[in-house]
Structures are given as C-alpha cells and as structure tokens.
Design a binder for this molecule. Structure first.
Ligand code: COA
Ligand code: AMP
Length: 630
C-alpha cells in the first residue's frame, strides 16, 4: 500500500489504525479503545489494557520457540570483548535480576535509576525493572555527579543500578565515585544500589547500601512479569530544556509497545530475526527505543556496541561490525559519519569489508548535512534515510518509511510526517504558513501512542513548555518549513537547546553554571557551528569590576566547572572574557546575532540594539578563539 494511503487511513480513523497496530502486542487484557481523551489536552493511549513490556520483548519470543535466536550482540572494542545472548538466556538473566529487585522490596511503580555503560547488563537492568512494573530512569554515563543528583531528587528512586566504570578510548571513567558523590549531593537517598563490577575498575561497595550484581541474585526466585495498565509509566528519561532542571519525559507502557513495534517494519523495513544496529547509547532516547525496546519487541537481534566510530581502533570499525554481524540496518547520528569521513575521506577502509548485508542507513539526532549524506551514499551504496524525532516523541515524527514505500529522497529533508503526526508550520500567531515559508513546527494534538503524555512531577511545566504557545498543538521547539510535496525541512531550534555530536544540551543550563563563578558578573552561552560535532558551546564572560583576575584563568575555571557540574559530554571548551554583552535596549542578550558573527554569516543589525559598537568587540573576541573568520 502506498505511504499516502497509509497516512490517509490513519487520519480518517486513528482509533482503528492504532487498534489494528495493537494486535501485534500480547496483551493480558486487550484495551477497549486506543485513545483516552477524557483529560485533554493530556492524552493517553490504551489505558484500560493490561500488558507487560518485558513479556513482549523477551518471554513471548521464547514461548514461540525462538529462544535460541540471538537477542543481543555485544561488541566492545574498548575491552576486546564479543558475546551473544540468546532470547532464552536473556529471559533467565532478566528474570533473575528482577527477582533480586523484588527480594529487596522493589514493587510496581517504584523508580529505579540505571547508570550504566554500553554493556548488555544495561538492557538487562531496563528489562528487569519493567518486568516487575517498576519505572526506570537511565542516566547517560557522560553526565557528572551533579546531573545524576538532580535526577535522583526528581524521580526519587528506591534503588540505583550502576556499572563500576565506563570506558572511553583514552581513559577508564570510574562511575562508582560519581554515584557516591551524587547520592551525597541529593536530598533523596535510594534504599540500595546494585553494582555491576567490571574488571577494568571495580568500585568500593558501601556496606549495607551497595550489593554486587552477582551476589544480590544468588539464590533468588526469578520474578514473573507483572501486568500493568496501558497508561502505567514504563520509564522516565530526562532531557535538556531551557534551564538547569532537566525535563522528565514519561513513556507509558501500552503506546510505547504498539508504536515501537509498528515502526520496526514500517519505517525501518525490518523483519523478526534481522540484525538492527543503533549506534547510540542507552542513555539517550535512540538507545531506549532502538537499542533496547523496538528490536526486542519485534523479535529482531539488537547490537550493544561499546566503542566509537573512530579510534576504536580505526575508522573501519562500523564496516567491520556490519560484516561480522550481517547488519541489515544501521542507525546513527550524522556526527559519527563526519568523524569517519574526516579520518578516511576516500573510504579506503570501506573496501576492506563485505557490506552486502546492509540495506539502509538511517540518520537522526541532528540535522543531516548534504555533504555527509552524499559521502555515506557513495561509500555504502545504500539509501541514506534522514529522519526527525525527539526524546519527547520516542519515535520518528518524520521519516521515509522504507518498509511501507521508499519515497524519493530529498537531501536536506527528513521526508514526510508519519501516521499519528499531523505536522504543521505556524507563524507567531499560530496560523499555518504557506509551503516553503519558515515557521515554528507544531503537531496537532493528540500526539500518537508512544509519545510523552506529560512530564514527571511537572504537569505545569508540560503545559508551559509544549502546549500553551499554540493552543491545540504540541510545540516541537524546532523551526523549519514544508515544501510543496509535503517534505519537511528542520532548520533550527527556537529555544536554548543546542545539539553537540548528536547530544542535546541546554545553553541555559551552562549559563547557570558560569554565572555561579564568583568572578563572573554576566554571561552568555551560544552554539557555534562545528564541522565535526555540528555545534559546540561557546561562553562569553563579563567579570566583576575589581575582580583582579586574569581573563584566561577565569575562562579556564569556568570550563572546568561545566565539566564538573554537567560532565564531559557538555564538550564546553571555549570561553572568552568580554567587557560587555550585546543587548537590546530592553536588556535582552542578542545571542542569535552573536551566533551569526561567530559563524561568519550575514546578519541584520537588530533595530533595538543598545550599542552597535559592542558587536565589533564580540567579533574580535571570537577571532581569538578561531571563529568569526579568525
Ligand atoms: N561516559 C563518559 N564520558 C563520555 C561518554 C560516556 N558515556 N560519552 C562521551 N564522553 C566524553 C568523551 O570522552 C569526551 O571527553 P573529553 O572531553 O575528555 O574528550 C566528551 O565526553 C565529549 O564527547 P563527544 O562529544 O562524544 O566527543 P568525542 O570526541 O569523544 O567523540 C564522536 C566524537 C563524533 C566520535 C562521538 O560524539 C560519536 O560517536 N557520536 C555519535 C553520537 C551519538 O551516538 N549520538 C546519540 C544520538 S543518535
Ligand atoms: P533529542 O531529544 O536529544 O533526540 O533531540 C531532539 C532534537 O534534535 C530535535 O528537536 C531537533 O532539534 C534535533 N534533531 C533530531 N533529529 C533531527 C533531524 N533528522 N534533522 C534535524 N534536527 C534533528
């Protein structure tokens, strides 16, 4: 059936469309309907169904006689480890850890934080938590103790499951001291922690609070799946907003299962048994949806890769993975391909490997620049599909649904809206604009199954951040346009969010940290264009009069402070001291103008600027950092 028929079919009868998709899920009680709009504009899906995520991702495949199929491939060039886990083995491991959690008192609805590197145990922990109806919140390993502490206080977990360390190509990252530091900083204290000890660096266990991963499971009874209501939260995933307080995106169980299962065939063209590799991290939404849940719910094989596209050991690693595991679809961020292209521009390493298993490359997480897409197409000889989504939506808002119909690719566009998403481009007043005109991208409510119903403990913020600006719509925070053929173009964020190496970061959060330095009177952080990472944060500092400090010293200190408070993932390495910041007469800092100057782009002198001469000073400061043509 052509894509347009599928999309129109959804639009004319959304409930039937989603009830039909729901048949692919094994329910303990089949829901009576798809949409629950009684509390609009808070919408829920499949609320009166009963279901378990882990059962659908693991047990049912074993019961169907596919226990010997590989569920998880683990490949870790940083430790020299390769392993495969079958569905039957996965079931044993998950039920055992779930049993240990139950034995320690974790029950339905309790939160459990997971702070783990890219090892299969991260997925086992996620599945064990949802197996017993508890709610996980995975925290990315590149975040510092303070970020972990904020999440501990917000979701108040009964337990934390952590790895003893992560491994970056140039260093071992001890997680245990970060975990201890975070618990120390947080007001809420978890009752206990489970530590997965790794040989590269073991952690010191705190007596009475910390349990070794293996010891805690010794002699426990494996736990059965606990059916939960369709609107029971499966997980909370924190993402950057405009302030230092991250937003806790909630994912409800029923819609998550239905939507993710639907995407595997329709968007990614995958069949059960195929090998699907999302080269991301379990700490991000791509890792939740496409390393852990969707491939397993479908009964495909997923890949846990602990390495980088370059340097582990070289720019041929991705190609080696495709050959070794007969990967059919690869999903990663454009930045990974830019890193490979930079090391091996001619693709000499591509020729060393048999890539015949690969059907499609999917890119998301940031804007896919045409150069990278062309290069990937030339090197791999397969369609390169850009698709656009967010932590909030959990799956693609716009894509080229190769499993339904491979539409013509338009480079620079993530293609068309997926069923469930009525995407519109609006002007400031909330009126739809014409094709080709830029505006705020919004989605007509309700959002489809699998997307966020609200924010954890922050319904007001949910309304303010997403619903209030354009009544009746969800505001994506992205700006762009739709062309005559309905293809979307995502051009920029409308808020303080920047995208660094496919990682979503808040410049507002960084400004809060800079401002906390005793010598900083005022500051601004902008995202400047970077050829590898897409964007990089750059900070301007105005120092207190009479601080008597050397500029470079303070700049160095704030760089250290951001690394300590947010973590290395912030990649905050550019800071400069200026006398003043450019502002409007009403005192608003002109960040967008500074971005244009940094990127050497034309800009219009803002009519409301207080003192145009400051822009010259900003340009000089940027040149010393190698920007603004410097
Ligand atoms: N734990 C601890 N530290 C981490 C980390 C983790 N899980 N992930 C990244 N870091 C650290 C890095 O070591 C680096 O530290 P450094 O400042 O000491 O060098 C810092 O955080 C910045 O990391 P990153 O921005 O990833 O840069 P990089 O130079 O290490 O790697 C790429 C660059 C492009 C190779 C890498 O970003 C990449 O593979 N990106 C793919 C993006 C992706 O998967 N996005 C997910 C959405 S799909
Ligand atoms: P995250 O929530 O971390 O997945 O980040 C979501 C944001 O990343 C989106 O709101 C966009 O700004 C950006 N993004 C994700 N995918 C794309 C894409 N394919 N094209 C352009 N921007 C993207």
């Amino acid at each position: 059936m052509p894509y347009s028929d599928v999309y129109d079919g959804w639009k004319s009868d959304p409930d039937s469309f989603w009830m039909d998709a729901a048949k692919a899920i094994d329910w303990d009680k089949i829901p009576s309907k798809a949409l629950f709009d009684e509390n609009a504009p808070i919408y829920e899906w499949f609320s009166d169904g009963m279901v378990n995520t882990c059962f659908n991702a693991v047990d049912r495949h074993v019961q169907a006689g596919r226990g010997d199929q590989t569920a998880i491939i683990y490949d870790s060039p940083v430790t020299g480890t390769k392993a495969k886990i079958t569905y039957a083995e996965l079931l044993d491991k998950v039920a055992s850890l779930a049993g240990a959690l139950v034995a320690k008192g974790v029950t339905k609805g309790d939160r459990v934080i997971i702070y783990m590197p890219m090892v299969p145990e991260a997925l086992i922990a996620m599945l064990a938590v949802v197996r017993i109806g508890a709610v996980h919140s995975v925290v990315f390993g590149g975040f510092a103790a303070a970020e972990l502490a904020v999440r501990i206080d917000d979701c108040t977990p009964r337990a934390i499951i952590a790895g003893s360390c992560g491994i970056e190509p140039n260093r071992v990252v001890p997680y245990k001291p970060l975990l201890d530091g975070a618990i120390e900083l947080a007001s809420h204290k978890p009752e206990f922690c489970v530590i997965f000890q790794r040989n590269e660096q073991r952690g010191d266990l705190t007596q009475g609070r910390d349990y070794d991963w293996n010891d805690v499971q010794a002699g426990v009874t494996p736990a059965p799946c606990v059916p939960v209501a369709g609107n029971h939260p499966a997980y909370i995933l924190y993402t950057s907003g405009t302030t230092g307080q991250p937003k806790g995106v909630i994912r409800h169980t029923g819609g998550h299962l239905v939507a993710l299962h639907w995407t595997m065939k329709s968007i990614y063209g995958m069949d059960p048994g195929d090998v699907f590799w999302a080269a991301s991290d379990v700490g991000w939404v791509v890792g939740h949806s496409y390393i852990c849940y969707a491939p397993l719910i479908q009964g495909s094989t997923t890949v846990v890769f602990e390495g980088k596209p370059v340097g582990t050991p070289d720019a041929g690693t991705f190609w080696r993975m495709i050959e070794d595991y007969k990967i059919r679809a690869l999903f990663t961020a454009p930045t990974a391909f830019r890193a490979i292209k930079r090391e091996d521009p001619q693709g000499a390493l591509v020729k060393d490997y048999d890539l015949s298993s690969l059907d499609t490359l999917f890119l998301a997480g940031e804007r896919a620049d045409p150069d990278t897409i062309h290069w990937a197409q030339d090197m791999l000889g397969v369609p390169v599909i850009d698709h656009w989504w967010q932590t909030e939506t959990g799956w693609a808002i716009a894509a080229n649904p190769v499993g339904i119909e491979a539409l013509p690719v338009k480079i620079g566009s993530p293609s068309v809206a997926m069923p469930g998403f009525d995407v519109q481009v609006l002007d400031e007043g909330g009126h739809p604009v014409d094709a080709g005109e830029m505006g705020a991208i919004a989605i007509k409510l309700p959002l489809p199954p699998g997307t966020l119903p609200t924010l954890w403990n922050a319904e007001d913020r949910f309304h303010k951040s997403y619903l209030d600006h354009f009544p009746g719509f969800y505001e994506t925070g992205d700006a762009g346009y739709v062309d005559e053929d309905g293809y979307l173009y995502i051009m920029a964020r409308t808020d303080d969010v920047i995208n660094v190496a496919g990682h979503r970061l808040s410049t507002g959060a960084m400004e809060e940290i800079l401002a906390s330095h005793p010598d900083v009177a005022e500051c601004a952080v902008i995202g400047v264009t970077d050829t590898l990472k897409g964007q990089l944060p750059l900070g301007f500092l105005c120092l207190n009069a009479g601080a008597g400090r050397k500029d470079a010293e303070v700049a160095g200190e704030v760089i250290k402070l951001v690394r300590e408070k947010i973590g290395p993932v912030a990649a905050f390495k550019l800071a400069t001291v200026v006398d003043r910041l450019p502002k409007t007469r009403s005192g608003k800092i002109l960040r967008a103008t500074m971005v244009s100057i940094a990127d050497s782009k034309d800009y219009k002198m803002p009519a409301t600027i207080d003192d145009p001469a400051i822009l010259g000073e900003i340009k000089t400061a940027l040149k010393t950092l190698g920007y603004a043509g410097g």
